[in-house]
Design a protein around this ligand. Structure first.
Ligand code: NAP
Length: 320
C-alpha cells in the first residue's frame, strides 16, 4: 500500500483522483455532499460517505486529506475540519492557490497544509465525468512557499506522480499569476469568442469548424465553476485581460490602418511553438528535501519550466 488518501468532493477532479489513486495502490476513501454522488461512487466499488464528519473522524490520523470541492465550498469544509481532524495533512486541487491558503490559515490554522493544483480537466462535471487517466502526463502544481511542510510536500508530490502527473513546484502568488494567463484568460476569451460567433447567426454557427470549436471548447464548462476560479483570481486576471486587450488593440489598429496582421500572427505562432517545445528538457537535477534551501530550489525548478519526476524518501529528481 502506497499511502492513504481521503478525498472530499467527488466531481470531475475528486472522482478522477479516487480512481487514479486507487489504481496506483493507495487506500482511498471519499466524502461528497450528496447521497446520490456517494451512491454512484459506492456502486463503482469505492469507500465513500456523504458524511464529511465521519470521513474526517475515521481517516484524519493516517490519511492525506484532499479538498476537491469548488472554491466557494472550501470554507464550508474548513469549518468542519478543525473539529474532527485539526492537525491533519491537507492538500487541495482548487484552481487558485492564494485564497485557499488564506482560508486554511484563518479556519484550520493547525492543519499541515500544502496546496496543489492538477492542470487537467474537461468541460464536463460530476462523478460520471471522472476517469483514472485524467492526470496522465499533466502538470500538477505543488505549493512550495517558504514554510511549507516538506513531509506533506513529498506525500502530495508522490500522490501526483502516482496518478501519472509530473510535479511543478510553485509559490501561491506565482501560480495564480501564471494560471491567470494560461487558464483563466482562455476561459474569458472562449466565452467572448463563443458569443461573437453566435451573434453571426445560424449561418455562422453552421460554418463553425475546428478553429471555432477549439477556441470555444472551455466555454462549455459549468459557468459557476469557471466564475469561482476567475473571479477568485481577479487581480492577476485583470493584468492578463489588459495584456490581451493591448494586443487586440494593436492588431485592430494595424488591420485598420495598413491591413496587416503579420506582427500579431507571427508573435502568436512563435509563442505556440514555444508551448509545443515546453517539455524539451536539457538535463536533470536533484533536490534533497532535508537540505536547507530545498523550497527555494524547488521554486527555481518550477520557474524555469522544469518538473519533478520522482520522489524517493527525501530525494527529488527533476527534469530542467
Ligand atoms: P465538479 O465536477 O462540479 O465537482 C464538485 C464536487 O464537489 C461535487 O462532487 C460536489 O458534490 C462536491 N461538493 C460541493 N460542495 C461540497 C461540500 N460542501 N462538501 C463536500 N463536497 C462538496 O467540480 P470539479 O471540476 O471536480 O472541480 C473541483 C475543484 O477542482 C474546483 O475547486 C476546481 O477549481 C478544481 N479544478 C477543476 C478543474 C476542471 O477542469 N474542472 C481542473 C483543475 C482543478 P456532489 O456531487 O455530491 O453534489
Amino acid at each position: 500500500m502506497t499511502g492513504s488518501v481521503s478525498v472530499i468532493g467527488l466531481g470531475l477532479i475528486g472522482g478522477s483522483l479516487v480512481r487514479a489513486a486507487d489504481a496506483a495502490g493507495w487506500k482511498v476513501r471519499g466524502a461528497t455532499r450528496s447521497e446520490s454522488t456517494a451512491a454512484a461512487a459506492r456502486d463503482a466499488g469505492f469507500d465513500v460517505t456523504s458524511s464529511l464528519e465521519n470521513l474526517l473522524r475515521d481517516t484524519a490520523d493516517d490519511a492525506l486529506v484532499v479538498l476537491a470541492v469548488p472554491l466557494p465550498a472550501v470554507t464550508d469544509v474548513l469549518a468542519v475540519l478543525p473539529h474532527h481532524a485539526p492537525r491533519c495533512r491537507l492538500t487541495d486541487v482548487v484552481s487558485i492557490k492564494q485564497p485557499v491558503a488564506a482560508a486554511v490559515a484563518r479556519r484550520a490554522p493547525q492543519a499541515r497544509y500544502v496546496g496543489g493544483h492538477p492542470m487537467a480537466g474537461t468541460s464536463a462535471s460530476g462523478w460520471s465525468a471522472g476517469t483514472a487517466t485524467l492526470f496522465s502526463g499533466a502538470s500538477w502544481v505543488v505549493g512550495s512557499d517558504d514554510g511549507a511542510d516538506l513531509e506533506v510536500w513529498a506525500q502530495v508530490a508522490r500522490l501526483a506522480l502516482d496518478c501519472g502527473a509530473h510535479v511543478v513546484p510553485a509559490g501561491a502568488a506565482d501560480h495564480d499569476a501564471a494560471v491567470a494567463r494560461v487558464s483563466h484568460l482562455p476561459h474569458v476569451l472562449a466565452a467572448v469568442l463563443a458569443s461573437v460567433g453566435a451573434d453571426g447567426g445560424p449561418l455562422a454557427m453552421a460554418l463553425g469548424a475546428g478553429s471555432f470549436a477549439d477556441g470555444t471548447r472551455v466555454a462549455a464548462s459549468a459557468p459557476d465553476l469557471v466564475r469561482a476560479m476567475c473571479e477568485g483570481n481577479r487581480d492577476a486576471l485583470l493584468d492578463a485581460v489588459d495584456d490581451a486587450l493591448g494586443r487586440l488593440g494593436a492588431a485592430r489598429g494595424s488591420l485598420a490602418s495598413t491591413g496587416a496582421l503579420a506582427a500579431t500572427l507571427q508573435a502568436g505562432h512563435r509563442a505556440r511553438q514555444a508551448f509545443e517545445d515546453r517539455h524539451r528538457a536539457n538535463g536533470t537535477t536533484e533536490v534533497d528535501l532535508a537540505a536547507p534551501g530545498a523550497l527555494h530550489q524547488l521554486r527555481e525548478i518550477g520557474q524555469s519550466g522544469g518538473r519533478v519526476i520522482t520522489v524517493e524518501g527525501t530525494r527529488c529528481r527533476a527534469r530542467v
